[in-house]
Ligand binder design. Structure first.
Ligand SMILES: [Zn+2]
Length: 157
């Protein structure tokens, strides 16, 4: 692990605001762009590495209702739980909280003429989706996540 990655891990928890000013360059899991292209499908690469958005209602994970963990497709870090998944009607898998606060990071996204909060995996920096403030009462947040950026691991029976 590099010194930079160590520093990043040490700073987690207090780095929620720092993440806005310091573009996340150093993550525990790092690959060259060529390596990422080999490891990911073209759709996964477009979302995770280039912040693309999948077509709404295109993800099979939308209808995934078994108990389990949704993991980053880039590095397998658990990022969301079935326990916080809800039906938002938007066409993208939606959650009202991450699996753990330290599982995901956020940055300010001003693309497409909107100010949005981008959410990414803290394991590899892969883009997952965006956070909106129209979620259910529990937290009031809606993590709008690209299903293609995740894999589902059903809970062992
Ligand atoms: Zn990841």
């Amino acid at each position: 692990m590099t010194g930079g990655a160590m520093a990043l891990l040490a700073g987690l928890g207090s780095s929620r605001l720092a993440a806005f000013s310091a573009p996340a360059e150093a993550f525990p899991v790092a690959h060259t762009e060529a390596e990422w292209r080999k490891r990911l499908t073209p759709d996964q690469y477009a979302v995770l590495r280039n912040s693309a958005t999948e077509r709404p209602f295109s993800s099979p994970l939308l209808d995934e209702h078994r108990p389990g963990i949704f993991a980053c497709a880039g590095c397998s870090l658990g990022v969301f739980s079935s326990e916080t998944k809800f039906e938002s009607g938007t066409g993208w898998p939606s959650f009202w909280a991450p699996l753990r606060d330290e599982s995901v990071g956020t940055t300010r996204d001003i693309s497409l003429g909107m100010v949005r909060t981008e959410v990414h995996c803290q394991g590899c920096g892969g883009h997952l989706g965006h956070i909106f403030d129209d979620g259910p009462e529990v937290t009031g947040l809606r993590y709008c996540i690209n299903g293609v950026a995740m894999t589902f691991k059903p809970q062992a029976a």
